[in-house]
Design a binder for this molecule. Structure first.
Ligand SMILES: [Zn+2]
Length: 240
């Protein structure tokens, strides 16, 4: 292709062998730099599986499955023998007599296991799973806790496991808060008794009958007292 020179030529250089080598060197350095960046973006080397892993198996019974589900989460011990030693999930298996849900459960556990092995933060999986809602409306667990789906229940188990190995920190009401909750509960039950409310003072979950679903902890434990909705499980209150 011909290039038309429209400006005055004020000087010129001939590309020497030295210039060419220099340009190559710069290009190589740039490529190395780009590769380095790519390495940093990578979350971590996928872990290879050790011969033996430690883990926990959780049994869950749900109204949406005929048989109990056994959820096994195995952990790998990182930086063993150092002050930074910690456990992180490596794989998850779910077993049940009931084969009805088998296919999607296998797919889910494989994707979860792959995510575990990728390294980096995995705690986001808990919220992702727990926010899955079943069109049928979910169900209540013993203890009055609302579970929106079987997927969410698997998320609950993962959360429980992450609490246990210390990857998530529990935010339970402290002693002071628990005392306040107990006071509120007793006050409410007294008022109910005075009003001559029939039947048991508490439902099978240990919360007053007619308790509403708490938006914070999803438990049927919120009562209206003095015009305020207060949860007797987690202590959440609209009026502080
Ligand atoms: Zn609550």
């Amino acid at each position: 292709m011909a290039i038309k020179i429209e400006k005055k030529i004020t000087g010129y250089n001939v590309i020497t062998e030295e210039d060419r080598l220099k340009a190559e060197q710069v290009a190589a350095e740039q490529q190395a730099h780009a590769q380095k960046i790519a390495e940093i973006v990578q979350l971590g080397e996928p872990l290879s599986r050790p011969e033996m892993l430690v883990g926990n198996t959780y049994k869950i019974k749900t109204p949406v499955t005929e048989h109990a589900l056994y959820i096994t989460i195995n952990d790998v011990i990182m930086n063993e023998g150092t002050p930074q030693e910690h456990r992180r999930p490596f794989e998850i298996f779910i077993n049940s007599k009931n084969m009805e849900h088998f296919q999607w459960i296998v797919a889910l556990t494989r994707v979860m296991s792959a995510t575990f092995r990728k390294g980096g933060d995995i705690t986001f999986l808990v919220e992702e799973l727990k926010s899955v809602f079943e069109p049928s409306g979910g169900y209540f667990k013993k203890g009055g806790k609302y579970i929106p789906s079987l997927v969410a229940e698997i998320g609950e188990v993962l959360e429980q496991h992450l609490y246990q190995i210390g990857m998530l920190k529990k935010t339970e009401p402290d002693v002071h808060q628990q005392k306040l909750i107990n006071e509120k509960r007793n006050e409410y039950l007294e008022k109910q008794a005075q009003a001559g409310a029939a039947g048991n003072a508490e439902n099978s979950e240990g919360f007053p009958p007619g308790a509403q679903l708490c938006n914070k902890c999803s438990t049927k434990a919120a009562i209206v007292m003095d015009g305020c909705l207060t949860c007797l499980n987690c202590g959440d209150s609209k009026c502080g």
